[in-house]
Design a protein around this ligand. Sequence first.
Ligand SMILES: Cc1cc2nc3c(=O)[nH]c(=O)nc-3n(C[C@H](O)[C@H](O)[C@H](O)COP(=O)(O)OP(=O)(O)OC[C@H]3O[C@@H](n4cnc5c(N)ncnc54)[C@H](O)[C@@H]3O)c2cc1C
Length: 178
Amino acid sequence: MLTRRTLFLLMGGTALAAGGVAASRVGVQPEPPAPPATDAGGHLLWRNWSGIQTAYPASRAAPADEGELADLVRKAPGPIRAVGAGHSFMPLVPTPGTLVTLDRMAGLDGHDADALTASVRAGTRLADLGPALSAIGQEMPNLPDINKQSLAGALSTATHGTGVDFKALHGNVLRSAW
Ligand SMILES: Cc1cc2nc3c(=O)[nH]c(=O)nc-3n(C[C@H](O)[C@H](O)[C@H](O)COP(=O)(O)OP(=O)(O)OC[C@H]3O[C@@H](n4cnc5c(N)ncnc54)[C@H](O)[C@@H]3O)c2cc1C
């Protein structure tokens, strides 16, 4: 079956602007071979959603709070890179140093029912944000076509939905603590 990921790889990551050229390549180019699961030092492979970006981080961390995160920034081998869902296509996340996920620093921190605003932690996945906002009578003005992304990852890359009158997700941020 031709999945979205397979189609992307068959197109060699080229822009859809290639139009008919890209379409004509479907079924011609095989997916690139997967890299080994570990490197010579035994470090586990990290790969993004498309499989095009890979890395063997020396260290991985999932801090539970600001204290653990601050400690990590002081001590962990660099370069330190944050990762959300790993859905971005560009080489933003790969590092030979430390890969940090804020999956444990997620969820609502508070909200203002009158102003219809909410404080949301960086590691919150969009899929979890919808139900959390719904529980307080709020919702996102617009969303991308999937909901796997972390909030920080989506905001960092100008993730957007469709509609000329809607802003990209970061356009609705009032204040950022990261
Ligand atoms: C199937 C698919 C569908 C998509 N649909 C859309 C769409 O409809 N609209 C659209 O605009 N885009 C779309 N995208 C792109 C996607 O929304 C972006 O690539 C987004 O960045 C992915 O979020 P992520 O959590 O996976 O971030 P990652 O890819 O993990 O990281 C992206 C960037 O954010 C940084 N980052 C992550 N977490 C943190 C953190 N806690 N603190 C600081 N920095 C952090 C990373 O270091 C990196 O620089 C799609 C991608 C895929 C694969």
